[in-house]
Design a protein around this ligand. Structure first.
Ligand code: ADP
Ligand code: FBP
Length: 342
């Protein structure tokens, strides 16, 4: 493909949807790589809102100094309902045309990529997506930017909960983020040695009563053997009425001393771990390279250490599912633990 190096003068960049640690590292890489090729970089603020309202600033090398280690995003993020209407999309496109943007780079999740697909209907410029979400639910990349930091944060927190749970031989229900998929719940649950992981992959809300009975008998058995703590890791947006409701049921109906911790947005913050900084940097540089060779309507990801591209259509149509071997590993560990108690 012919190089577009001489025709790309200005690119836009924005972060959209739930912020994720490493978004700043990606912005930095895009800006630094763009400047290598004398491409101007415009940063839009607050996700697609900044595009619609033309709230932006020119990003030069000094704007991205000392941000690689910072959580959040210097461009801010947002959910922008206006993009769900054609009027909103056309306003976004008008801004791109008015500001003479040749390519737009969006760092976000599948919703944000749907935003790019809507823009694609009305705009001739190039569109490149980078996977930025703590949920890790995008196909086409082994990991999304932010996931590794989020699970480390959750693991650190749960290890602390384990200490106090141990001290009281207490049961804890810990609710983790990931509103549609259990990448966080499964990875964190296994890494923390949780006695139960309740997630989209192994639980259906219609079976809640059956599950409670199963948990109660397991807790009773567990505690009669060695009087220990018992951690239930629960994916958000799954149990009927949430973690508090499960905890209350165990307390009120079965007299089980049970605490609740909804870890919440702590999982989205903090300095990105090395893995997220490196992934974000590689993808940011690759985004500029993709723009220079005329690529469009793709998401860039990393699969088995290689940078790969998938179409935005594919990225939004296929949700990455939790690796089956993780689910099986957890089941096997539970089975072994049960055998050892006999
Ligand atoms: N179907 C859609 N069409 C156009 N824009 C969309 C669509 N879905 C989401 N978006 C835009 O992307 C933003 C972020 O999407 P959201 O699903 O909240 O987060 P994420 O990108 O992390 O999945 C939305 O607030 C909206 O501005
Ligand atoms: O902060 P908000 O808007 O309540 O969003 C919470 C949601 O955002 C996330 O942290 C990240 O989701 P997205 O990256 O898909 O936006 C989810 O895990 C969580 O359910």
């Amino acid at each position: 493909m012919m190089s577009k190096q001489n025709t790309i003068r200005r690119i836009g960049i924005l972060t959209s949807g739930g912020d994720a640690p490493g978004m700043n590292a990606a912005i930095r890489a895009v800006v630094l790589a763009a400047h290598q090729y004398s491409i101007e970089c415009i940063g839009f603020f607050h996700g697609y809102n900044g595009l619609i309202n033309q709230e932006y600033r020119l990003l030069d090398n000094s704007s991205v100094k000392d941000i690689i280690h910072k959580g959040g995003t210097i461009l801010k993020s947002a959910r922008c309902p206006e993009m769900l209407s054609e009027t909103g999309v056309k306003q976004a496109v008008n801004s791109l045309i008015k500001l003479q943007i040749d390519a737009l780079i969006v760092i976000g999740g599948d919703g944000s990529f749907n935003g790019m697909l809507a823009i694609e209907q009305h705009w001739q410029g190039q569109l490149i997506g980078l996977p930025g979400t703590i949920d890790n639910d995008l196909d086409g990349t082994d990991f999304t930017i932010g996931f590794s930091t989020a699970i480390n944060t959750a693991i650190e927190a749960i290890d602390k909960i384990r200490d106090t749970a141990d001290a009281f031989d207490r049961v804890f229900v810990v609710e983790l983020m990931g509103r549609h998929s259990g990448h966080i719940a499964f990875n964190v649950g296994i890494a923390c040695g949780a006695e139960q992981i309740i997630s989209f992959e192994n639980f259906n809300a219609n079976d809640a009563n059956k599950k409670v009975n199963e948990i109660v008998s397991d807790i009773k058995h567990h505690q009669s053997q060695d009087h220990q703590s018992y951690l239930i890791v629960l994916a958000e947006n799954l149990w009927p009425n949430g973690a508090q409701s499960l905890s209350e049921q165990l307390k009120l109906q079965y007299s089980i001393d049970c605490g609740t911790c909804i870890l919440g947005h702590i999982q989205r913050g903090g300095s990105p771990v090395a893995k997220d900084r490196l992934l974000a940097t590689k993808l940011g540089v690759a985004a500029i390279e993709a723009v220079l060779v005329g690529k469009t309507s793709i998401m860039l990801g990393e699969l088995k250490t290689e940078i790969e591209e998938v179409t935005l259509n594919d990225a939004v149509q296929h949700t990455k599912i939790v690796a089956e071997n993780l689910v099986v590993a957890h089941e096997n560990i539970l089975a072994l633990a049960a055998q050892n108690k006999r």
